[in-house]
Ligand binder design. Structure first.
Ligand code: ATP
Length: 335
């Protein structure tokens, strides 16, 4: 939830000049002492705030990679994505938290952010390594008004948004392994898990949650569990630069809001297909489709307007692959 602290920090961040204590009191309807307490709390968290008598307060510098509810909230520029925010230093997994908040009626765009997950999950019950201080783990709640069969496209909308934000912030090329992994230099930096809840009549979507894990500031491959060391990487390892997590999260949410609204207008990916395909690592590439009904190989030719992967089979036939039970691999490895 937004606190006075987030509001005051936002105000300071967005002001070029000094902000007087009185202005803050009047605007937020709180006492001088309350303002003073919040300023002190912020200072204790490492914000450098200058106080000059008769002028007021000025934010001089924020601590490096500060990751908290107020920091994230004060940096948002979105209308609805992330505006209702829950932050945990540690939680089991942000998807179940977000589902609980959605069940309780919290709005479209609600997010749950954690610094650490003790039971991070991927698709099909797999686990997602989620140590503290290294990554972005968040889940966003959306409340679509369209039919349930369109919900799987939200995974692709999310993947595109993360890829675009990573490129914008790091300058690295971020590619998408259909439908939901983000890959940098052929290694996985992000996984996405989308889950849907239906109305009791099972004919309408109640809400969808999209959970995102981005490996951000792991210093070396040794920071990953041994079984994923070959396939996983972090943005810091690939770029050589420490990533400001709140800044990257802000960019992901901004991209997501824009892309989601675009998608919701047409209820398909017609407006995003080109951008998605420009990031698709599987474009015109040989792929192996690991389908529980049988594996096969072919050349991937992009996606349809509804998000299926188009695969040209070795016998020349075209197959549409639906996300769900299927994994895609390169012929000789992960991509
Ligand atoms: P694929 O389609 O590649 O089989 P998936 O989309 O089914 O993967 P996800 O649900 O995205 O898989 O992620 C779970 C898998 O990702 C785990 O089984 C593990 O191999 C790998 N993994 C777990 N934690 C991380 C991490 N922090 N970074 C990169 N990969 C991870």
């Amino acid at each position: 939830m937004k606190t006075d602290k987030s509001d005051i920090l936002t105000w300071l961040r967005n002001s070029e000049d000094y902000v007087s204590g009185q202005q803050l009191c009047d605007h937020f309807g709180v006492s001088r002492t309350a303002v003073w307490k919040v300023i002190n709390q912020l200072k204790e968290e490492g914000y450098r705030i200058e106080s000059v008598s008769r002028k007021g307060y000025r934010l001089v510098e924020s601590p490096a990679d500060v990751y908290s509810a107020s920091e994230i909230a004060s940096r948002l520029h979105t209308e609805w994505a992330g505006r209702n925010l829950h932050f945990y230093a540690s939680t089991g997994s942000t998807n179940p938290d977000a589902k609980r908040f959605a069940e309780e009626g919290e709005p479209h765009g609600t997010i749950v952010v954690a610094d650490r997950q003790t039971a991070g999950r991927g698709r099909r019950g797999r686990s997602w390594a989620s140590p503290a201080g290294t990554s972005i783990y968040f889940t966003i709640v959306v409340r679509p008004v369209f039919a349930p069969d369109k919900a799987s496209m939200i995974t692709l909308v999310t993947a595109l948004s993360v890829a675009q934000a990573i490129e914008e912030v790091t300058g690295l090329r971020a590619q998408i392994k259909w439908p939901n992994d983000i890959v940098v230099h052929k290694k996985k930096v992000c996984g996405i898990l989308t889950e849907m809840s239906m109305t009791p009549e099972m004919d309408e979507i109640q809400f969808v949650v999209a959970g995102v894990g981005v490996n951000t500031n792991h210093d070396s491959p040794e920071d990953f569990p041994e079984e994923i060391r070959e396939t996983a990487t972090s943005l810091k390892i690939e770029s050589g630069k420490q990533i400001d997590r709140a800044g990257l999260l802000e960019r992901i949410l901004a991209r997501f809001e824009k892309n989601y609204d675009f998608f919701a207008e047409t209820e398909d990916l017609s407006g995003l297909q080109e951008a998605y395909q420009a990031h698709l690592i599987n474009m015109d590439a040989q792929v192996m489709i690991l389908d529980p009904a049988g594996e096969y190989t072919g050349i991937s030719r992009g996606i349809t307007k509804t998000g299926e992967l188009i695969v040209e089979r070795d016998n020349g036939e075209q197959t549409l692959v639906y996300a769900g039970e299927v994994s895609v691999r390169g012929l000789y490895g992960y991509v």
